[in-house]
Structure formats: C-alpha cells, structure tokens
Ligand binder design. Structure first.
Ligand code: IPM
Ligand code: MG
Length: 354
C-alpha cells in the first residue's frame, strides 16, 4: 500500500488535482499497486477551518509521507494578514528542503498548437533561496519598507545550494542530450549570480561528457524562443527558473501542460508549474495535463528512490503514454485549441489507460 498526501489548493486546484489522483490511481491499479490518498487541509479553505493556509495537522501528516500532490494556490487572494508572508507552497518547499524544482517543457503532440513545436527542455530551478526574498529568512521578512516610498529585498545565494542544484542539472543532462545552460546575469549581478555561475561551472568538471555554457538570462530567454532546440537542461536560480519555466511551458503549447516536481533526496511534491487561475475556477475547463503529468513525475521519482518500487515507474510511463495518445487523437482543453472539458479530457485519459 502506497500512502500519498493530497493538498487540493485554490482556484482550479481541486478540479485538476482530482483529475490527477483518478488517473494515478488507475495507472497504479494497472501495475497492482494500491494507493491510499491522505487529503490534507491547505489553502484558503484551511484558513477558514484552521486559521492558517498550512495548518499544523497538515504538516504533522506530511512529516510521515514520502510524497504528495500539491494543487496550485492563490496567496494573493488570501486575507490581508496572510499575504505579505511566506507563501504556503514556499513554506512547504522550505520545511522539507525540496531544493530541486524540476520543470520539463516538451511539446507532447503534433495536435497541440505550440509556439515551438519541437521544444524539449528541462528547467532545473533552485528552490530554496535566490531572489525570492520570502524564502530567504530564518526569521523576519526578506522584503521590507524603511519608508512608504522605499522597498528593499534581500537575495541569498549560497555555495551549498548552488552546488546541489548544479549536480541535479548535470545528472539529468547526462541521461538526456548532455547539455546544460547556466542562467545568470553576471554583467549586472556579479556577486550573486556570479557565485551561482562559478559554482555550476566547477560542478560541471565532474561531468566531462556534458557540455556546458553560461548565458545571460535575458539573451537566454530570447534564444529559447528563436532556437528552442539549442537547449536541453537549463539550471537557474529561483526567480529566473520560475519565469523561464512559465515561458517554456507556454512555448510547448500551454502553461496548462507544464508539470513539475519539487524534490529533496528524501521527499517529493508534485506541483503543476502554473498558478491557480481563479478566473476559470469551478468551470470544468482547466487543462489537467500539467497536474496529471506532475503526479506521473512523482511516481517516477518514488520509483527511483533507493528502496523504490519499479512498478511506479511503469505506472508513470503509462500515464504519459495515455496523455499523449489522447492528445494525438485531437482531444484537448480550450487552452490548446480543443473543446474538451476538464472532466471529459480526464475520462479520455482514464479510458486510454485500459
Ligand atoms: C511557482 C509559483 C510560486 C513561486 C508561487 C505560487 C508562490 O510561481 O512555483 O511557480 O513563487 O515559487
Ligand atoms: Mg511560477
């Protein structure tokens, strides 16, 4: 019996997370693995019930689990006192030291109207520090206003965090097209992104088969659009990686197609790269692909752990294959030019798993 956490989140979260657990459960049944979902309070609803978007009972349950699925959340929509602080998703990443945010962007099917029809990149995003000041403090806030007209933010770059994310990127690239691009902005941010670049280049020496180049983030963004096939793995600090992964997801067809996991060496969390899309919440039109594929990534990660069950990797392959076949058949949600609802698309994927 496999136990996994489920945090539905806000906006379209409940709809797409439900799609992902149904698909994962069926794929797991296909490889004779039974799963027990532990649904835990999280997000706006948890504020109402527990006075916190990430309440203590949720944390103590997560402590016992190797992995979970996190729906998108909308902290901008929370009551005032929960806004200026660490986002609940950021708090989970920090508490479990989920330092690697792995975000593939790949055009899955010719039937998807993609801006870059042959994109296949993975953004490896450092997930614990960098320019995102809300995650940078042990105590106190990394963003502050000495006067109403001045706002300051603290960036943190450490050798340790840069090293471990670089190893993730090079290991991944070694198993792919053997190329890593390091995103930086050393012409301006010489110390912070300079340390990140230097550390990544030093780590690259341990991977002689993988080609490496550093590139300024602005030029990199332009070239990702003009020459998408030049890129295999891109390693980036937190904010650059956040922005680039939305860009890459959209280039691959839709932000609604871009999955991710947040991982440490011992825990992983499936989380779509996109946000909670409150404007379309509850209308059964959101694209569930990112969330479904994030769940598949979680299963593959679990399979790859030292004591992992290989069957989980087979279930992950089967999910990806089923999603691709449904897309190839021309079924898709409105964001990719189709007319299927969230639930109808999910039913097609479930049928494709038969
Ligand atoms: C992401 C998001 C989050 C982040 C938000 C929801 C707090 O943009 O993971 O892509 O800033 O890290
Ligand atoms: Mg983002």
């Amino acid at each position: 019996m496999l136990a996994l956490g489920v945090l539905l989140g806000d906006g379209i979260g409940p709809e797409i997370v439900d799609a992902s657990t149904r698909v994962a459960e069926k794929a797991l049944a296909g490889v004779a693995v039974e799963v027990r979902w532990r649904e835990l309070p999280f997000g706006l609803e948890a504020i109402g019930d527990f006075g916190s978007p990430l309440p203590e009972p949720t944390l103590s349950e997560l402590d016992e689990l190797p992995g979970w699925i996190l729906g998108p959340h909308d902290n901008a929509g929370y009551p005032e006192q929960f806004r200026g602080t660490l986002s609940p998703g950021g708090a989970i990443r920090k508490r479990y030291n989920l330092f690697a945010n792995i975000r593939p962007a790949r055009t899955l099917s010719a039937s998807v109207r993609a801006l870059c029809p042959d994109l296949d990149v993975v953004i490896v995003r450092e997930n614990t520090e960098g320019f995102y000041a809300d995650r940078n403090m042990y105590d106190g806030a990394g963003e502050f206003m000495p006067t109403p007209d001045i706002a300051l933010a603290v960036a943190v770059f450490t050798r340790t965090a840069s090293e471990r994310i670089a190893h993730q990127a090079f290991q991944l690239a070694a198993a792919r097209r053997k190329s890593v691009t390091i995103a930086h902005k050393t012409n301006v941010l010489t110390k912070t992104t300079g340390l990140f670049l230097d550390v990544c280049l030093t780590v690259s020496e341990s991977y002689p088969d993988v080609e490496v180049r550093g590139e300024h983030i602005d030029a990199l963004a332009a070239r990702l659009v003009s020459h998408p096939r030049d890129f295999d793995v891109i390693v980036a600090e937190n904010m650059f990686g956040d922005i680039l992964s939305d860009l890459a997801g959209q280039l691959s067809g839709s932000l609604g197609m871009a999955p991710s996991i947040n991982a440490s060496h011992t825990h992983a969390m499936a989380q779509a790269a996109h946000g909670s899309a409150p404007d379309i919440a509850g209308r059964d039109i959101a694209n569930p692909v990112a969330m479904i594929l994030s769940a598949a990534m979680l299963l593959r990660w679990l399979a790859g752990q030292e004591d992992g069950t290989p069957a989980l990797g087979v279930a992950a392959d089967n999910i990806e294959d089923a999603v691709r076949r449904v897309l190839d058949a021309g079924v898709g949600t409105a964001d990719i030019g189709g007319s299927a609802s969230t639930s109808a698309f999910t039913e097609h994927v479930l049928a494709a798993l038969d």
